[in-house]
Design a protein around this ligand. Structure first.
Ligand code: FAD
Length: 426
């Protein structure tokens, strides 16, 4: 048995939703496009899972956060896909792909063929087993990548009120989940090997600002060490964790946020890989001209840096998806993809945005004891990155615009003196 489509999007996450919207903007016909997703629901804004979804009061639930509400665009409910003649093949895992024959084989045994394929398989959460620690399938050990994970975490939080949670990992997921656990009245210890949180992006000074606030909310930071084993009850529930430095922490709940791995395995040996993802050109086209890759799984040329990057952020997923569709549907009208990396996070009442690259020397501005502050990164005499906490819409737009220009900076102390005035004035 089998079905044939002109366009197939493999994966039903953020990128898939934005690609579907773009396909309809560009005039796809009914019956030409399908989305195949392992998840049982239509594409949704994944970042909601570590924010609104975990709130104790009025939590966000589907259908409220289907794509593309995160970019203030239409909300694509299952009804929308139906009305637009887009087939949603949900709850369906693709188990193999043959790019030469242009076919995908589902776990249910169906062969789906395409003329153009967009790979939007995203990434999966890393498990502690990959680092030699067993036991992360216990019922009160949670990960956070999809709706099923988030639902499980909410259930675990509800039975842990007033108890103890251990968060493993100090990156995005760790920081956002820790904030949500605090809001849910659970005592939190955060464990990570780096000297400070958000080690890949923050400088020690920026990290310190957030860590001090977390500490004021009772969060206990245990840095410079990793989990070595879980402690189990006779029923197989985790009751604590042992750390490599000898510390033991009690736990009613453990959340593991130690990074992700792109879902490339279906295409290994068939497409060129790079930086852990699928290599694409500035049209988001892989080494096979009928196959495109977008979102977390794609390693694409970032023109402003003059090199390829794989970015694990929602804005890149949205924009690579839209660009790939434009490149497929209107190849002559679509310019090279020219992307300015953009990351953001919201925790407690904080909200920050980062644009560009965190290379070179950091120059700080604003009031680090107040609600708004930031930093620029200057590399080889040019401003290459900007970070701002607590900015206004106009200020965020200004830092984005100026970062894209990569202006020359001769005098770092003058840049520091001007602070936000530097970008607002340009
Ligand atoms: P995904 O959204 O992960 O979608 C991949 C889809 O492919 C999934 O539906 C998956 O089930 C499906 N799939 C994979 N393999 C198969 C297969 N073989 N067969 C069928 N289906 C398959 N980024 C930010 O910039 N800011 C944030 O605040 C932020 N918060 C986040 C919070 C959480 C909890 C998470 C998990 C991520 C967050 N991100 C954030 C990152 C952002 O969500 C991702 O960058 C984005 O979702 C990537 O989109 P994608 O479509 O490439 O992959």
């Amino acid at each position: 048995m089998g079905r044939a489509f002109v366009y197939v999007i493999l994966g039903g996450g953020v990128a898939a939703g934005y690609a579907a919207l773009e396909f309809t903007n560009k005039g796809v016909s009914h019956g030409e496009l399908c989305i195949i997703s392992e998840e049982p629901v239509a594409p949704y804004e994944r970042p909601a899972l570590s924010k609104g979804f975990l709130l104790p009061e009025a939590p966000a639930r589907l259908p409220a956060f289907h794509t593309c509400v995160g970019a203030n665009e239409e909300r694509l409910t299952p009804k929308w896909y139906k009305e637009h003649g887009i087939e949603l093949i949900l709850g369906t895992r693709v188990k193999s792909a043959d790019v030469r024959r242009k076919t995908l084989l589902t776990a249910a045994g169906e062969t789906i063929s395409y003329k153009f394929l967009i790979i939007a398989t995203g990434a999966r959460a890393l498990k502690l087993e990959e680092f030699g620690v067993s036991g992360s399938d216990a019922e009160n050990v949670c990960h956070l990548r999809d709706l099923a994970d988030a639902t499980r975490l909410v259930d675990a939080m509800q039975t842990s009120t007033g108890g103890n949670a251990v968060v493993i990992g100090g990156g995005y997921i760790g920081m956002e989940v820790a904030a949500s656990l605090v809001i849910n009245k659970i005592n939190v210890s955060m464990v990570f090997p780096e000297p400070h949180c958000m080690g890949r992006l923050f400088t020690p000074k920026i990290a310190n600002y957030y860590e001090e606030f977390y500490k004021s909310k009772g969060v206990n930071f245990v840095k410079g060490t990793v989990l070595s084993s879980f402690v189990f009850s006779p029923e197989g529930k985790v009751t604590g964790v042992n750390l490599k430095d000898g510390t033991n922490l009690p736990a009613d709940l453990v959340v593991v946020g130690i990074g992700i791995r792109p879902n490339t395995s279906l295409f290994e040996g068939q497409l060129t890989l790079e930086k852990g993802g699928i290599k694409v050109n500035s049209r988001l086209q892989t080494s096979n001209s009928s196959v495109y890759a977008v979102g977390d799984v794609a390693s694409f040329p970032v023109k402003i840096f003059g090199e390829s990057r794989r970015l694990e952020h929602v804005d890149a997923a949205r924009k690579t998806a839209r660009h790939a569709v434009a490149a497929i549907m209107q190849p002559d009208k679509t310019p090279e993809f020219d992307y300015l990396p953009f990351f953001y996070s919201r925790v407690f009442s904080f909200s920050w945005q980062f644009y560009g690259d965190n290379l070179g020397e950091a120059v700080y501005f604003g009031d680090f004891s107040g609600p708004s502050f930031g930093a620029y990164w200057v590399h080889k005499g040019r401003l290459v990155g900007s970070f701002l906490e607590g900015g206004s819409k106009e200020e965020y737009e200004a830092i984005a615009k100026v970062t894209r220009l990569k202006p020359e900076v001769d005098d770092l102390s003058e840049l520091e003196r001007q602070g936000l005035g530097f970008v607002v004035g340009l």
